[in-house]
Design a protein around this ligand. Sequence first.
Ligand SMILES: [Cu+2]
Length: 270
Amino acid sequence: MKTIAICSLFVLFAMVAGLVATTPAAYADHPEVTIVPANGSGAPGCEETADGCYLPTVATVDVGGVVIMSNTDTAAHTYTSGTPDDGPDGIFDTSLLMAGGSFEWSPTEEGEYPYFCMVHPWMQGTIVVVAEHGDDHGDDGGELMVSIADSQVMGGTQIELTFSELHVNYDITATQGGEVVLQETNQHAMESTATHQIDALGSDDNPIDVEIVSLGIGAPGNEADWTGPTGTVATAKVVPEFGTIVMMVLTVAIISIVAVTAKSRVVPRF
Ligand SMILES: [Cu+2]
């Protein structure tokens, strides 16, 4: 019984990882990103690793945001836009950054910007510049992640939700053995977390099923302007034996919403 539960948890995580990887990034919230060279990247080898030679190898930042290129390695490097094959394209260039040096670049246009190190051309990275949140307000769909954690509080169960976006409007329903133990509708998460109290405890034989249904993202009472995915965005089974933070289930946008997004705006791909 326990083994089955743990296995299905892994399957869920695997599914979620796949979904996240294939969902276009939508809500921009990347005002600043720092990119450092992998330690020892002055010698070849980093390009063979999963992390690559610049960390992160794909960095995302908003239009008008700041990319901090910080040389924390012991060798001197450059971050030069362009590719080793075609050479520098002139969009940005740190020139030679000594150990401890840093450089800032503030992008003004959406797009995908490859760069490399002039000294060690096996070092290559990409900066993805996305529109700011406000720019495409109103017709944005996309990715919403909701995680569910639970803890036992005063003989009941406290559910803590963590949203990847602010101002999510949602319904929460919890059932146990077919009975509704919690139902709250038209909830508004002003912040990234929200808690709900259930007067019941889950057990291995009698777990509590929690379902979060997104109604959209935006100010309460202004439904016409709400954005984001709607429908079931997260579910979890509450079984206390897993400990305080039992499980986290992330679910992303409903496919149809992603399709609408893809039609309505250009999404950088890599
Ligand atoms: Cu280098």
